[in-house]
Design a protein around this ligand. Sequence first.
Ligand code: SAH
Length: 227
Amino acid sequence: MQDEDAGEDKFTGARRAMVEEQVRKRGIASPRVLEALLSVPRHEFVPAEFQADAYADKPLPIGEGQTISQPFMVGAMTEALELAGSDRVLEIGTGSGYQAAVLSGLAREVISVESHTSLALAAQERLVRLGYANVHVHNGDGSLGFADAAPYGAILITAAAPEIPPLLASQLCEGGRLVIPVGSQEDQELLQARKESGVLHSRVLFDCRFVPLLGRYGWTRPGRKSS
Ligand code: SAH
């Protein structure tokens, strides 16, 4: 866990500009979220050949056909989780581990599930090396959630789902928040849902486009929904 700018490095200026221009000026106001984005060295989470673009206003390839989300999207999703600092958070879709690192400073513990074994192993190794000790990566189908450590104060799905996976709703605490892109494989809406009296109430934040959630409650493969 780190609570200030990630030391001085050659990307410090680019990181500050990213937070100011791409995130704060577009409406992400939470000081804690902005600080979390300032604290994480995003260039450590992208492949070497894309390092020069690490702070650019776009998603980048991370291998296996997957992407690290655009900085604004990470800021918006993080803010929508409304983390108080004491929550345990479940992330589905570890990818590079960047979003999990951003969550690390805002939560008590982050459990992140990734279905690609190579990505899960690389992200776990990276998060340990960079000192994010309260993040734990698991390799498996996150469309089932992660029952072993449930319930969670907040759940974030960073891949596009055809609907809110039912087991995720059951693994959320009363009063907990769930943030997820829902729609087709081409276009989705980012939803923020809150569990009240055992029922999820959701609202649309904005349109978005994510790589597909595969697995039992996602799509079997690009173009098809499971079951
Ligand atoms: N949050 C990531 C980016 C996520 S991209 C970051 O900060 O870098 C979406 C990720 O979801 C991909 O890595 C993809 O492999 C993963 N994914 C897709 N379906 C999944 C599933 N059923 N369970 C777990 N991970 C899944």
